[in-house]
Design a binder for this molecule. Structure first.
Ligand code: 5GP
Ligand code: ZN
Length: 138
């Protein structure tokens, strides 16, 4: 399904032009308009899924396989020194476009692209409690 008012549905399906690095019947990979680093790209499914909770398993699996292929090609072509995969879900997690997308962010020495968090603290008891809560939901 496509969503009528979704900009990434339109870009993924070629209704709005984009700089495309790769395309097949399920995905389009485009350059991000506001790149964190040189070559920052987005994997967009051609079907509309709002986020990781909604995406079909086949698309989720193939998105990761495509990420591996793109990471290798982009690292080689652009001379990257490392690579981040980032995928935001929900406003609180930084998602601004509500059509699933996987960020491909090539990293370079001293590029100052900010993809990090401040390490917090936990305890063995808290970690056991979390593991128990998640296990019940699986
Ligand atoms: P999010 O914050 O939802 O994880 O990421 C949305 C990304 O989409 C941002 O990095 C933003 O720069 C990019 N973006 C938003 N609108 C457009 C657009 O129309 N074209 C392209 N190529 N990228 C976009
Ligand atoms: Zn969409």
């Amino acid at each position: 399904m496509k969503k009528a008012d979704c900009i990434f549905c339109k870009i993924a399906n070629g209704e709005i032009p984009s700089t495309t690095l790769y395309e097949d019947d399920m995905f389009r990979v485009i350059l991000d308009l506001g790149p964190a680093s040189r070559g920052h790209a987005l994997i967009l499914p051609k079907e509309h899924f709002a986020n990781i909770y909604e995406i079909e398993e086949e698309y989720a699996a193939k998105a990761m396989i495509l990420a591996k292929k793109m990471a290798a090609a982009m690292t080689k072509a652009l001379g990257a020194d490392g690579f981040n995969l980032v995928q935001n879900n929900g406003e609180v997690a930084g998602q601004t476009v509500f059509h699933f997308h996987l960020h491909l962010i090539p990293r370079y020495e001293n590029d100052n692209a900010l993809v990090f968090w401040e390490p917090g603290e936990s305890t063995p008891e808290e970690m056991e409690k979390i593991a128990g809560e998640v296990a019940k939901a699986l």
